[in-house]
Design a protein around this ligand. Sequence first.
Ligand SMILES: C[S@@+](CC[C@H](N)C(=O)[O-])C[C@H]1O[C@@H](n2cnc3c(N)ncnc32)[C@H](O)[C@@H]1O
Length: 194
Amino acid sequence: MREYDLIADWYASERIDQTGIPETIALASSIPPGSRILDIGCGNGIPITRALLRAGHLVIGLDSSSAMLERFRNNCPEAPVIRGVVEACPFADRAFDAAIAWGVMFHLSCQDQIRAIASVSRVLKIGAPFLFTSGDADDFEGKEGVMNSVAFRYFSFSIENYRRILGDHGFTLTDVHEDKASNTYYAAIKTFEI
Ligand SMILES: C[S@@+](CC[C@H](N)C(=O)[O-])C[C@H]1O[C@@H](n2cnc3c(N)ncnc32)[C@H](O)[C@@H]1O
């Protein structure tokens, strides 16, 4: 998304914490080493992609911002990365063993989040975990937020609506929890083809 092109330097200086790493490591340890993981909205690759690579997995990054991807290529040169949007994942059916989307879904309108979940389901194998963060209450209009003077909108479904939408697209929601920074984590497993 264009907004992240404007804040890529600032984002790199701010995203120095380990938020999301415990959940990322838990996902990484739940699948065999060398698994193919799609890191959706991979940003500059730090810290999520790097943690997945260190856990011994093959990681493919997907992000819509060219400025974020420029940094990603420097930070994680061993990981292939593609510019594109999660609503239309540019990959073959069942290409991945897992997917993670930290800090991405809430940037998409609610309709686009449904498209994104359908698209992620298509590229995952049966049994693959899918971990993403979002909010936990329905917000179809979107709240405005600002990062480094650039305006963003944040959308969400409620936990029950995420459970239903995931279920409609072949996933079973297995865990929901919040971290200290108020990110809500949704851990799902792809259990059937739609
Ligand atoms: C909050 S950052 C998260 C970056 C990284 N996952 C992290 O842990 O720091 C959100 C990222 O999602 C990307 N993004 C936003 N909308 C997207 C979309 N529709 N498809 C793919 N990436 C998207 C942005 O360009 C940005 O790099």
